[in-house]
Write a protein that binds this ligand. Structure first.
Ligand SMILES: *[C@@H]1O[C@H](CO)[C@@H](O)[C@H](O)[C@H]1NC(C)=O
Ligand SMILES: *[C@@H]1O[C@H](CO)[C@@H](O)[C@H](O)[C@H]1NC(C)=O
Ligand SMILES: *[C@@H]1O[C@H](CO)[C@@H](O)[C@H](O)[C@H]1NC(C)=O
Length: 483
């Protein structure tokens, strides 16, 4: 049954809202894409799939404006590279809150509920770069929210990676904060608690499997096929519960056993690694949604879980330093197509609803000429050039395009570059090896993408002829109404 039908009376809506708010599922909406969908399209996608909450990684103006009046609860983000500025100046924090929170609440009715200060700032790969700035930035943003009169309605938090805590015994009950940041974590937790703010953590069984070949695969999922871990009489059948409760124990041990917890990110990628595929992603996400939908929580916290799926849509411009899977976390493709069946319990059909009115570039692709010699020394150079600037993360062992032959491999790389450059003719000129075709080279699960039309925020860039034409039409019809 649908949780959030649109054309029902307000009273019914409120009733359903109350019922569903208990386990209202959120989604992360990241925008590191070469060809992002227009924000209005994404907001409609969120609504039609019954997401009641969204988490953003920055405070993009167009994104927030599109969320106005949608009623969707918003967590706006402050990127790590802004932390030092906000840490050193209360004024800067006040400006940030004024521009990126107050204004959107007042002028476009955006339902902002949280400010995420930084994103996993204590990841070990950052070498401690944000250890000194995160807490002062958090304090300054909180002061700014108080000054703006918003501190009851908007709470601060810091989305943290799950390795800020660990267990000395390997069991949840051994949980405590990492020794090198123990005092800092306690200061932050106390501050959050004093201000009625939640602890936000990102939990990734996929990463555990990715970095440890011996990780018991079934333990990552929710089917109960893994032999349970016994923690003083409590059985843990999946990694999520165990990891979550390691945090609960860490909080409890330090006097904050009742602190609310938000799962800031949880999900499974579909490509770029042998464990990143449609079947595993579907199993994990469906398992998680079903696991939390009854509201029974975890052994240490038998209460509804507040979580944001990672992620709504694929982002082809994300750094692949962590791995090729980084660009494939979406439950939807970059253009808003459902990747696999997933019942969120929020749509009438029980299926994901794809994005509407997506505008694509022409149906054409750049491939290797039939006459080209594949051992031409230009080939390797062209492929690595194309892959360096476009996206070849679907090539390689165990990926969606991992079974292509040499022709397919090279064509995939050429096409990716060509699409990323908006099908410019010059972007399909790989030293006379390539040709443009209207026959879709996709095979099976391996999709040769056609990009969506570039999106221009507002009408700032008049370089978009369609937008310009649209504006002229509006102007003409306006003039007609005056006659
Ligand atoms: C508001 O947020 C945007 C996007 O994160 C950022 O670029 C901008 O500097 C912020 N504005 C202020 C006044 O801090
Ligand atoms: C962290 O330190 C290592 C080793 O010193 C270095 O290779 C790496 O580039 C550093 N990373 C960052 C984000 O500063
Ligand atoms: C295709 O590319 C992948 C990844 O670059 C490589 O492992 C594979 O051997 C290539 N296949 C052929 C037939 O060239």
């Amino acid at each position: 049954m649908g949780c959030f039908p649109f054309s029902v009376s307000v009273r019914v809506l409120l009733l359903f809202g109350l019922v569903c708010a208990v386990s209202g599922l959120g989604a992360n909406w990241g925008t590191q894409s070469s060809h992002p969908l227009p924000p209005e399209t994404v907001v409609r996608l969120l609504r039609e799939n019954g997401f009641q909450k969204v988490k953003l990684f920055d405070a993009d103006y167009g994104t927030l404006r599109a969320l106005g009046k949608s009623q969707i609860e918003v967590m706006v983000g402050i990127p790590n590279d802004m932390l030092s500025t906000l840490a050193s100046s209360v004024k800067a924090a006040e400006k940030w809150v004024s521009k990126n929170v107050s204004q959107h609440i007042t002028s476009s009715n955006v339902n902002i509920r949280y400010v995420a200060v930084g994103n996993e700032p204590f990841l070990e790969t950052y070498n401690g770069s944000f250890l000194k700035t995160t807490f002062p930035a958090l304090q300054n943003v909180q002061s700014a929210l108080i000054k703006a009169g918003l501190s009851n309605q908007v709470k601060v938090t810091v989305p943290l990676n799950a390795d800020v805590y660990a267990s000395s015994s390997g069991l949840p009950s051994g949980g405590d904060f990492r020794t090198d940041i123990h005092d800092l974590m306690l200061a932050i937790v106390k501050f959050l608690s004093d201000n009625g703010a939640p602890f936000t953590v990102n939990i990734y069984p996929f990463i555990s499997l990715y970095i440890d070949a011996n990780f018991p695969v079934e333990y990552a999922f929710f089917d109960g096929n893994s032999s349970p871990i016994n923690d003083g009489g409590t059985s843990y059948f999946n990694m999520f519960d165990a990891n979550h409760d390691t945090l609960v124990h860490a909080l409890q041990k330090n006097g904050y056993g009742n602190m609310p917890i938000i799962i800031g990110e949880i999900g499974w990628p579909t490509d770029g690694d042998r464990n990143a595929n449609l079947e595993y992603a579907r199993r994990f996400n469906q398992g998680f949604v079903s696991h939390i939908s009854g509201g029974k929580g975890t052994p240490m916290r038998p209460a509804p879980i507040d979580a944001y799926l990672f992620s709504l849509i694929d982002e082809d411009a994300k750094s692949i330093d962590p791995g090729n899977f980084e660009r494939h976390w979406g439950i939807f493709t970059f253009d808003g197509l459902a990747k696999y069946s997933l019942n969120l319990g929020t749509t009438n059909s029980g299926a994901l609803v794809p994005a509407k009115n997506v505008k694509y570039l022409e149906k054409k692709w750049c491939v290797v000429k039939p006459s080209a010699k594949l051992d031409d020394p230009q080939v390797a150079a062209s492929v690595s050039y194309a892959c360096g600037l476009a996206d070849c993360t679907c090539l390689g062992y165990g990926t969606s395009c991992g079974n292509l032959d040499a022709w397919g491999n090279i064509s995939y790389a050429f096409n990716s570059y060509y699409q990323k450059n908006n099908q410019l003719d010059v972007a399909c000129k790989f030293s006379s090896l390539s040709v443009i075709t209207k026959n879709d080279p996709s095979v099976g699960n391996c999709r040769f993408e056609v990009m969506v039309q570039p999106y221009y925020a507002g009408a700032k860039r008049s370089g978009n002829p369609q937008k310009l034409l649209g504006m002229i039409m509006v102007l003409i019809s306006f003039l007609l109404t005056l006659m």
